[in-house]
Design a protein around this ligand. Structure first.
Ligand SMILES: Nc1ncnc2c1ncn2[C@@H]1O[C@H](COP(=O)(O)OP(=O)(O)OP(=O)(O)O)[C@@H](O)[C@H]1O
Ligand SMILES: [Mg+2]
Length: 372
């Protein structure tokens, strides 16, 4: 066999040579070139090493693990005992920036109201946290904050703590996610009379004056449309990517598209990671094989094609999604549940598209907008 050397036993060089035949299917380069192989240890026939993936939510984790074992058996020693520690290190898009401990900021957006931005953001946050990622969720919807309900802290007041010489907000920790809502600073009934600059100030405050700690993914639940809050966000922080939510309905698609195009304007240039089609179809619980397309069909697909970005996933319309949302316990928390699984797959797909974006594009720049 190619690298076999019986007399001297297995060497690190042989292990690396074999693993250089294993590609990351998304990044389309081998694991050695991608510097994903670490801590190789060899003890007789036992070969152990770590594979450091780009996200703990990697959907290809098992496939990559198996490919590594096969490569060692095939190219080094078929009797080797291969022990792999699969870990992840999310690349940092914010290094040297204002919040270096927050690696990625992801905007959850839609030009259209009521399509499920907040519900999807809450469930994706929970699903990402379940994979072991460190997740924050910022509710930036000043006129209709939803996360205090979806995470069950609408009656709670935020705590403060002193960090160095600053007084900072303590995020609410629920279901493994650190959450903060603009709603804890401003009551929505007051917010309606607020002018743009005040809303922007409140958003900056919850982003910069909250003690987040180390975060892999910070999701921003945006209000509908394209307003001051959106501009504040892209000026405050470099946003790694935006996801666009729509229902299949034509009017929703048209509005969602307008919202998405804002991220593409030359002044902003935030990459679009993909489209989520929410309320895609209805499946009756007594007839699980049937799909009713209540709001039309393939609207998400049409939007994704129009924008030339992928469809990240489809979420059906189900009462249990909204009931669990109202109860402060997003459905993604459940194990062995078909809807929780669809959010899990969606979270993995977002993490995957972000890893591809990181490998193919430079870090996002913070937007400088000249105000007259
Ligand atoms: N897949 C789903 N199945 C059933 N109900 C859903 C689903 N997604 C969202 N909903 C419900 O639809 C309503 C609107 O959802 P949500 O508040 O998440 O939308 P939004 O886009 O954040 O709205 P807004 O534009 O007001 O911020 C809520 O009552 C929510 O419970
Ligand atoms: Mg909302």
């Amino acid at each position: 066999m190619l690298f076999k050397n019986k007399s001297k036993g297995i060497t690190e060089k042989q292990v690396l040579a074999a693993l250089s035949y294993v590609d990351d299917p998304d990044l389309k380069k081998d694991l050695v070139t991608l510097n994903m192989i670490r801590d190789i240890q060899i003890d007789g026939k036992k070969v152990s090493f770590s594979v450091v993936l780009t996200t703990p939510a990697c959907p290809m984790k098992d496939a990559i693990h198996n490919a590594c074992v096969n490569a060692i058996h095939l190219m080094v020693d078929k009797e080797a005992e291969v022990v792999i520690n699969m870990t992840a290190e999310v690349q940092n898009n914010q290094a040297d920036r204002q919040l270096p401990n927050i690696k990625h900021v992801i905007a959850i957006s839609s030009g259209k109201g009521g399509v499920g931005k907040s519900t999807v953001a809450a469930n994706v946050a929970v699903a990402l946290a379940k994979t072991g990622a460190k997740v924050a969720l910022v509710d930036a919807d000043i006129y209709g904050p939803s996360q205090p309900i979806l995470f069950g802290f609408e009656q709670a007041r935020p705590m403060m703590e002193t960090v160095g010489d600053r007084d900072m907000l303590v995020p609410f920790e629920r279901h493994g996610v650190k959450v903060m809502s603009i709603g804890v600073l401003v009551r929505p009934e007051q917010a309606v009379v607020w002018r743009g600059p005040m809303a922007s100030k409140a958003l900056r405050q919850i982003i910069f004056d909250t003690n987040w700690g180390e975060i892999d993914y910070m999701l921003i639940d945006l209000p509908p449309g394209t307003g001051d809050i959106h501009l504040t966000l892209v000026q405050a922080l470099p946003v790694s990517g935006a996801v666009v939510i729509t229902t299949p309905q034509k009017v929703a698609v048209a509005d969602a598209r307008k919202g998405a195009e804002m991220f593409r304007t030359p002044q902003i240039q935030v990459p679009l990671l993909g489209v989520i089609e929410n309320m895609a179809f209805f499946v009756p619980s007594d007839a699980p094989d049937k799909r009713y397309h209540l709001f039309g069909k393939d609207g998400g697909k049409a939007l994704a094609e129009g924008l030339e970005i992928p469809v990240l996933g489809q979420i059906p319309i189900r009462e249990s999604i909204s009931i669990r949302g109202d109860e402060g316990a997003p459905i993604a928390l459940l194990n062995d549940d078909v809807l929780a699984k669809s959010f899990q797959e969606l979270a993995q797909e977002i993490a995957r598209q972000l890893a591809i974006r990181n490998a193919t594009l430079p870090p996002t720049s913070q937007v400088q907008i000249q105000t007259p």
